[in-house]
Write a protein that binds this ligand. Structure first.
Ligand code: GDP
Ligand code: MG
Length: 163
């Protein structure tokens, strides 16, 4: 089978938007309500003549806010078991939250190839703000805009090189 990479992160950071952008589909439902992705969704990305598999780990997000971090972690554990590389997505327009920080720690410690996509960097002007997210501990930080399709090339070059 083609190598698999996973998209992880807390609800509403834009995981499904990125999935749809990279796969060229609308299979993962995007919404203003956090947690609208009901299940893990698999797709394929054609990158420079290679077929890569991608999973959106939206998960079944509980109604109870207090349980959301646990579900993010459960999804990340599954991703670490099945995927060969992981992309953590954060919302570049909002403050980091504890689940973002804890998730980064877990993923970086795994020893797998891991990358940080700072999403919602919708213009070239604000893209440099993504640098501030280096505090999460990632070596590779990519400003992207899933909505506008910015930064996809650099992110995918790095992911593909690790697969
Ligand atoms: P998920 O819960 O992580 O899968 O996030 P979604 O993909 O469902 O997106 C959550 C919200 O963020 C939606 O309202 C999207 O339209 C919005 N969003 C996603 N990507 C971007 C982006 O690149 N820029 C902006 N401005 N908004 C985005
Ligand atoms: Mg989603």
């Amino acid at each position: 089978a083609a190598p698999l990479f996973a998209i992880c992160g807390r609800p509403n950071v834009g995981k499904s938007t990125l999935f749809n952008r990279l796969t060229g589909t609308r299979r993962s439902i995007v919404g203003d309500e956090p947690g609208i992705t009901r299940d893990r969704i698999y797709g394929e990305v054609d990158w420079e003549g290679r077929v890569l598999r991608i999973v959106d780990t939206g998960g079944v997000i509980p109604d109870d806010e207090a349980l959301i971090p646990r579900e993010i972690f459960r999804q990340a554990q599954i991703a670490l078991e099945e995927a060969e590389a992981i992309v953590q997505v954060v919302d570049g327009r909002s403050e980091l939250t504890l689940p973002d920080i804890d998730l980064a720690r877990l993923l970086i410690r795994s020893g797998k190839p891991v990358f940080l996509a700072v999403n919602k960097m919708d213009t070239a002007q604000i893209a440099p703000q993504a640098e501030s997210f280096r505090t999460l501990g990632y070596k590779d930080v990519f400003p992207v805009s899933g909505e506008h399709g910015l930064g996809m090339g650099d992110l995918m070059d790095a992911v593909a090189a690790a697969l």
